[in-house]
Design a protein. Structure first.
Length: 176
């Protein structure tokens, strides 16, 4: 397993579907794009921006349960791609022991962001679906990109994450 970070969210241009972008922490810093649902994109965007809704959303509720029930989210692992669908495991631990739960990556990551749990991806997933992206090494350019991305998160509207009309499925077969 390789440690990964959430690089951000994007919207696929032709189908206007949300894409979660994960990035390998170590070289070669492969980027892993995962098509996700609109609600999960909103939950992840909310966690990334640090916003707290007036009433808890599903992932906020799960984070509250984790805290109240003395459970710890150890980590999330994006483990495989099965029939074009990403699969993840949510590793949790309680006083009675640990367990690994099958999960969609977007749900597990939305929860992990709220409880500050680390993220991982298997080598096979990174090899199959990851891609290297040329990155400018200029610190000023990186800071500028981060500022633009944060501004995007502040201004993004939930309607921008709607899936194609008439279907719940994104146009790409690789989804969670």
């Amino acid at each position: 397993m390789k440690p990964i970070d959430v690089l951000g969210l994007s919207v696929e241009t032709t189908g206007r579907c949300p894409v979660l972008l994960l990035r390998e922490q170590d070289a070669p810093h492969r980027v892993l794009p995962i098509f996700i649902g609109a609600q999960e994109a909103l939950a992840i965007a909310s966690a990334l921006s640090g916003e707290s809704p007036p009433r808890p959303l599903t992932h906020d509720l799960l984070a509250a349960l984790v805290e109240e029930l003395d459970v710890q989210v150890d980590h999330v692992e994006v483990t495989e791609i099965r029939d074009g669908t990403f699969v993840a495991d949510l590793a949790v631990r309680s006083p009675s022991g640990g367990v690994s739960l099958d999960s969609r990556p977007s749900d597990a990551i939305a929860l992990a962001l709220r409880v500050d749990a680390p993220l991982f991806a298997s080598d096979s997933v990174l090899e199959e679906a990851g891609t290297t992206v040329s990155v400018r090494a200029d610190d000023d350019a990186i800071d500028e990109d981060l500022t633009r991305f944060r501004a995007f998160l502040d201004e993004v509207e939930p309607t921008e994450f709607e899936t194609r009309r008439g279907t719940d499925e994104p146009p790409d077969e690789r989804r969670d």
